[in-house]
Design a protein around this ligand. Structure first.
Ligand SMILES: [Zn+2]
Ligand SMILES: [Zn+2]
Ligand SMILES: [Zn+2]
Length: 591
């Protein structure tokens, strides 16, 4: 994927590139070579969407609509809705097919008592009618439906009761119920950021007056930018990454971008207008996210801050040790400040020349495609200075994203086999504050996602200030051997893990002592809740507090943190995670 390095290796002055000491000069060196640029120009069509594979298609739209009609005729409204959604997704803008599909969908929505949504569709369908006999008949039918929908509006279906709305409401409430850290807008008052030369910026406990119990909320943060994996393009909203349940709004130009609401469609216009012209399916998720960082931030903002951001890109080994940014008047570290994303660790100095060269070539291809194939930054067209700036921002992101971006997942609950329920990756996001958590193979926090908003909670009790709060980057000491963990962490995140399980050679789950150890016995409540979970029953909210209390009890008793805890403690943490996913994570139920 996008590997130009092999083809360009004989035209790149590798020695000159190797002598570059920062991202700005690396890109400048490449883009100043006319051989390289002319090769790059030839490769640009790679990323230009010629509207061959992905374009709207009347035939496909008609096929979906006809299948939808068949489902509607056999009273399968849910299936008909899904099929009409697809018919709308494939219908060309302002076409007769779009009007037909919208009209048919309004009938299903009306049957399902979603009168508000049906009304929207009727209005849209009416917009595209012309004045011929066939359309006159349709107009009459649509106007009748309009009248019916208005009449029944008060009987609107109670969609408020479903689990997703409940999740959203809880998230809103949870957000407003926290007290936040005065300097870091997404951290709660129970956490703070510290800097140490060997740990970089990291998160520690703060304001601990009485023990913080498992479940205590540490961070609530929306992604600065997030993208969906292609496998989720037709099932999840392109903007907020929530699963599409009822209604599908689509980009009028392509079939890739679908939205849960007209608000999400509106919000995406800023960046999707450019991405729509590019074959983003040729990019991997980190390349796509790097591109999104620029399209979402926008050229106007980047241009305004060009001098200060270039200053940063020209530093050989930037040290991010404080919270204060260039923007001196803004003292609070905000989730939506691009500068905080730009200044995340890139590990440039730990990368090989080949690694840097590979990423620099990718950055040039993506950056120049964005400039030449879209109207993103028209001033940069044939302006080397602007081109170097845009591509070096991309080079910085292409290094920092693999170390800092987070997988965004959805909990797939299997009704028939609940124990096989698990979190499935749907996309990736970059978070200004979440990225500051260091890793441990035995973490004390857990992440849950609702759309692209993350909530971080304690997984263990914390009884004093300045205890480092650690996340897990996908390598747990219970399930993975030390050699394997160290290898993976070094390859992707460029560090040697020095966490307690790594230093003290903790055994993995199979070799852990049975029971709890120390002559302790689990509570009856815990045993019962755990048995129910193992037997496949869905957890209850009460189970959440049973696990929290049990983990808290164990942690309080074992003040000696070096102690290896037995299998039962591990089971309790795993059961607790499963419960949190069940209640507080984006959720999809399957048979
Ligand atoms: Zn959405
Ligand atoms: Zn589009
Ligand atoms: Zn470790």
């Amino acid at each position: 994927m996008l590997s130009l390095v092999d083809v360009t290796s004989n035209i790149i002055d590798r020695e000159a590139f190797a002598s570059c000491t920062n991202d700005y000069t690396r890109i400048k060196q490449l883009l100043s070579s006319s051989d390289f640029v002319s090769h790059l120009q030839k490769s640009l069509p790679l990323l230009l969407d010629e509207r061959t594979t992905d374009s709207k298609c009347i035939k496909t739209s008609n096929e979906y609509r006809e299948k939808g009609n068949a489902a509607y005729a056999s009273h399968n409204d849910q299936l008909a809705l899904l099929l009409y959604n697809q018919a709308i997704r494939y219908a060309p803008p302002y076409s007769r097919e779009l009007s037909l599909a919208l009209g048919n969908r309004s009938a299903v929505l009306s049957n399902l008592k979603h009168y508000q949504l049906a009304l929207q569709d009727v209005h849209h369908a009416l917009d595209f009618l012309s004045s011929n006999e066939e359309d006159d008949t349709r107009r009459q039918r649509l106007e009748q439906r309009l009248y019916q929908c208005l009449k029944h509006q008060s009987e609107e279906a109670e969609s408020n009761r479903d689990k997703h709305t409940q999740l959203e409401n809880e998230l809103t409430e949870l957000k407003s119920n926290q007290t936040y850290n005065a300097n870091y807008s997404s951290l709660t008052s129970h956490a703070d950021i510290k800097y140490a030369s060997d740990r970089g910026r990291h998160v520690v406990s703060s304001n601990v007056s009485s023990t913080l119990k498992p479940g205590t909320i540490i961070l609530v943060e929306q992604a600065y930018a997030s993208v969906l994996l292609p496998s989720a393009w037709s099932t999840h909203c392109h903007t907020c990454l929530r699963r599409l349940h009822l209604l599908l709004f689509v980009c009028s130009q392509c079939t890739r971008a679908v939205y849960c609401s007209s608000e999400c469609l509106q919000r995406s216009i800023v960046w999707h207008a450019f991405e729509c012209r590019l074959t983003i399916d040729r990019l991997d998720k980190m390349q796509f996210l790097a591109l999104r960082l620029l399209t979402k931030t926008g050229w106007q903002y980047l241009l305004k801050h060009k001098l200060q951001f270039e200053d940063y890109l020209k530093q050989d080994q930037p040290v991010n040790n404080g919270l204060h940014s260039y923007n001196q008047e803004q003292e609070v570290y905000e989730w939506n400040d691009y500068e905080n994303i730009l200044k995340l660790e890139t590990n440039s100095h730990r990368r090989s020349v080949d690694d840097l060269l590979h990423r620099a070539v990718q950055a040039c291809l993506i950056g120049i495609s964005l400039i030449n194939n879209t109207s993103f930054a028209q001033q940069a067209y044939e302006n080397l200075d602007y081109q170097v700036y845009i591509c070096s921002l991309l080079l910085s992101h292409l290094q920092s994203l693999p170390c800092n971006a987070h997988e965004i997942s959805e909990f797939i609950h299997h009704r028939a086999a609940p124990l096989s329920s698990s979190c499935i990756e749907i996309g990736a996001g970059i978070y200004a504050t979440l990225s500051l958590f260091n890793h441990s193979c035995n973490p004390n926090v857990i992440r849950n996602f609702i759309g692209d908003t993350v909530v971080v909670r304690l997984l263990a009790s914390i009884s004093s200030n300045n205890v480092e709060l650690t996340d897990n980057y996908g390598c747990l000491s219970a399930t993975m051997e030390k050699v394997e963990r160290q290898k993976k962490l070094h390859e992707q995140y460029r560090f040697q893990c020095q966490c307690q399980p790594c230093v003290d050679q903790w055994p993995n789950y199979d070799q852990l002592p049975e029971g709890l150890g120390d002559g302790m016995t689990p509570s009856k409540e815990f045993d019962e809740a755990f048995q129910r979970l193992v037997q496949g029953e869905s957890p209850t909210r009460d189970d959440l507090s049973v696990y929290e209390d049990f983990i808290d009890q164990c942690d309080q008793q074992w003040q000696d943190k070096k102690k290896i805890k037995g299998k039962v403690y591990n089971n309790a943490q795993e059961a607790y995670k499963q419960c949190l996913n069940f209640f507080y994570h984006s959720f999809h139920s399957e048979d």
